[in-house]
Design a protein around this ligand. Structure first.
Ligand SMILES: Cc1cc2nc3c(=O)[nH]c(=O)nc-3n(C[C@H](O)[C@H](O)[C@H](O)COP(=O)(O)O)c2cc1C
Ligand SMILES: [Mn+2]
Length: 507
C-alpha cells in the first residue's frame, strides 16, 4: 500500500530503492521495460531517447545475458526532470525553481546524526575472495565511445578522513577494470575523497572505500553535491529525511554504509602507480566524451555485499540541447543553492534569485539582483570564483536585475544584447584560475593534472545590469537608461478594457 502522504512528502523518513520504485510507479512516473534490452549500448540509447522525450524513470527488467543470475534489474533516471526531483524531495506540486533552491539551501546546512545498527538487508549476501566478480552485475556500456563498463555512475563512494575520522560520501565515476578492480577518476584538486587520498598516501597506506549502489535517491542528490568539507553527507541526508539514516559497518573496513542499500562494493585504493589501471573515456556531464584514457588510481575490490535479488542503479551522464540528465536536473538546483549560500555567507546584499539551467549543469550561472552599487556584480563573481565549490562550476557568471527573469533564455538574450557593453565593464575575464578537468573548451594542456594539480580555467562575468557610470537624464524619468517600448500602464489598461471591441480572434 502506498502511503499517500509519504508519497507526496518524501521528507518523512528514508525510502530505500524499492520503495522509491514503488512510489514513482504509483504516480505513473516509472516505466518497466520488459522487452530484452542489451547492456551493451542499448540501455544507454533507450535512456537517452526517453530523456529527450522527458519521459519516466526506467526499470530494465530483462537485460541480455542477465535474465538470471546474481542481479537481473537496472533502474535509472530517478532524478531526471524537475517534477520528479520535486517529488523525490517531497515538495508540493507547483514549487518554483526559487522555492526548491531555497529549500535546498536551508537543508544543506542542517544535520541529524545517523544511527548504527548491527545488520541490515545489505548483508543478505556477502562475497569475498574469488567469489567477487563485478561482471555478475548488468553494468552497461552506456555510450558507444566509452572505454568500458561504467559501474560507478551514481555510486555514492564512502571514505574516511584519517585525521578527523569524519566520513565523506561523494559521487565519482569508475569503470570495471577486471572482475575485482575499478579504476576511477580521482581529482585531488578539491574533491573530498581526493583530499583523503592524499592523506593516506602521505601515511603510505591504501585508502579504504565503499561504493554504495542503490538506496534512497536523496543519497544520490546529496553525495553528488558539494556539502562543506568536514560535514558528513549522511548527516545532511538525515536532515532532509528528518530521520537518522541507519548505517552498518563494512565487512573489510570500518567504513559505514546504509543498512538497506542494494549493493555495496568494498575495497582499497593505493597511491602506488604500479596498481593503476586504464580508465576512460567516459560520456561526461558536459555532454562530451571525456579526456583521453589513462592509467588511473584503482579500487581493488575486497568484498561485495548485496540484498537478495538486488537492483543495480546507474545513470546516463551528459546533457545535450533537447535532453537533460539526472546530474543536469539535480545539479542545476544544488549548484544554484550552493552558490546562493556562498553569496549569503559573503554578505552580498540584494540577491533575488539564482538560476542554473539544467543544460549547463552549473557551468553557467545567472544571479538576479536588486542593484545597490556599481561593483556588486564583480563582487558576486569574485565570491563564487574564490570558493572551493567552483571547482567544476560557475565558469560563466551572468548578473541581471529584477527587470529580467533569469529562468527565461529569451530574456537573458535580450539583456545580453541591450545591457552588456564589453568595453564598459560588461565583460570581465578572470584568467588562469582553478577549474574543471572535464571542460572540452579548455585546451588539454590546461587540463594536465600531473603538471598543474588541477585544471586551469578562464572565467567570465557578463554584467547585464544597468551601468551606474551612465548619467541620469531628466527625459528618461531621471534614470540611466531610456524607458522601454512597453506601453504606459494606463494605455495597457485601456486596451484590456476595450479588448473585445477590437474584434481580434486572439487569446
Ligand atoms: C551523476 C554524477 C556523476 C558525477 N561524477 C563525478 C566524477 O566522475 N568525478 C568527480 O570528481 N565528480 C563527479 N560528480 C560530482 C561530485 O559528485 C560532486 O562534486 C560532489 O561534490 C563530490 O563530493 P565531495 O564534495 O564530498 O567531494 C558527479 C556528480 C553526479 C551527480
Ligand atoms: Mn563532501
Amino acid at each position: 500500500m502506498i502511503d499517500a502522504h509519504v508519497a507526496a512528502n518524501g521528507n518523512a523518513g528514508f525510502m530505500d530503492l524499492r520503495q522509491t520504485i514503488q512510489r514513482l510507479e504509483s504516480v505513473g512516473d516509472l516505466h518497466r521495460v520488459r522487452a530484452e534490452v542489451d547492456w551493451n549500448r542499448e540501455i544507454g540509447a533507450v535512456t537517452r531517447r526517453v530523456l529527450e522525450k522527458k519521459g519516466p524513470a526506467l526499470l530494465f527488467e530483462s537485460i541480455k545475458d542477465y535474465r538470471s543470475g546474481r542481479c537481473t534489474k537496472l533502474v535509472t533516471s530517478l532524478l531526471a526532470g524537475d517534477e520528479r526531483l520535486r517529488f523525490i524531495l517531497g515538495l508540493p506540486e507547483g514549487a518554483t525553481n526559487r522555492d526548491i533552491v531555497r529549500h535546498v539551501m536551508k537543508k544543506n546546512r542542517e544535520t541529524i546524526a545517523p544511527v548504527r545498527v548491527a545488520t541490515g538487508s545489505v548483508k543478505e549476501n556477502i562475497l569475498t575472495g574469488d567469489a567477487v566478480d563485478l561482471f555478475e552485475f548488468p553494468v552497461p556500456i552506456w555510450h558507444y565511445l566509452e572505454g568500458g563498463r561504467y559501474i560507478n555512475t551514481f555510486a555514492s563512494v564512502v571514505t574516511r578522513d584519517p585525521d578527523t575520522g569524519v566520513l565523506n560520501v561523494g559521487v565519482y565515476r569508475g569503470m570495471i577494470g577486471s572482475k575485482h578492480s575499478i579504476p576511477v577518476l580521482l581529482n585531488m584538486g578539491g574533491q573530498h575523497w581526493g583530499r583523503h587520498f592524499m592523506k593516506y598516501a602521505e601515511r603510505g597506506e591504501p585508502m579504504p572505500v565503499a561504493c554504495v549502489i542503490g538506496f534512497d535517491p536523496i543519497m544520490d542528490f546529496i553525495a553528488g553535491s558539494p556539502i562543506g568539507p568536514g560535514v558528513c553527507e549522511y548527516d545532511v541526508m538525515s536532515a532532509y529525511r528528518q530521520e537518522p539514516i541507519k548505517l552498518v559497518k563494512c565487512e573489510t573496513s570500518d567504513l559505514e554504509v546504509p543498512a538497506d542499500a542494494e549493493i555495496v562494493i568494498e575495497g582499497t585504493i593505493s597511491a602506488d602507480p604500479s596498481t593503476f589501471e586504464m580508465e576512460g573515456p567516459f560520456g561526461e556531464a558536459t555532454g562530451h566524451i571525456s579526456d583521453l584514457p589513462a592509467r588511473r588510481p584503482t579500487i581493488q575490490v575486497s568484498c561485495i555485499t548485496h540484498r537478495n535479488d538486488p537492483v543495480f542503479r546507474g545513470t546516463l551522464e551528459g546533457t545535450l540541447p533537447g535532453s537533460t540528465s539526472e546530474n543536469g536536473t539535480m545539479g542545476a538546483i544544488q549548484r544554484a543553492a550552493t552558490a546562493w549560500n556562498i553569496l549569503e555567507n559573503a554578505e552580498i546584499p540584494g540577491i533575488l534569485d539564482v538560476v542554473c539551467h539544467p543544460i549547463t549543469v552549473g557551468v553557467n550561472i545567472v544571479v538576479q539582483i536588486k542593484k545597490m552599487y556599481q561593483g556588486q556584480p564583480k563582487q558576486i563573481a569574485a565570491a563564487l570564483w574564490g570558493h572551493g565549490a567552483a571547482r567544476y562550476k560557475y565558469k560563466n557568471v551572468m548578473v541581471v536585475e529584477e527587470e529580467i527573469d533569469p529562468s527565461s533564455y529569451e530574456q537573458l538574450d535580450w539583456a545580453y544584447a541591450f545591457r552588456v557593453n564589453a568595453g564598459e565593464g560588461g565583460i570581465t575575464v578572470f584568467p588562469g584560475i582553478f577549474g574543471s578537468v572535464l571542460d572540452p573548451s579548455t585546451p588539454l594542456k590546461d587540463r594536465d593534472l600531473t603538471q598543474l594539480g588541477c585544471a586551469v580555467w578562464n572565467r567570465v562575468l557578463i554584467d547585464a545590469t544597468r551601468n551606474w557610470t551612465f548619467e541620469r537624464k531628466a527625459e528618461w524619468n531621471n534614470e540611466r537608461f531610456p524607458p522601454t517600448v512597453k506601453p504606459a500602464p494606463e494605455d495597457e489598461a485601456k486596451v484590456t478594457a476595450r479588448w473585445n471591441e477590437y474584434g481580434f480572434d486572439l487569446d
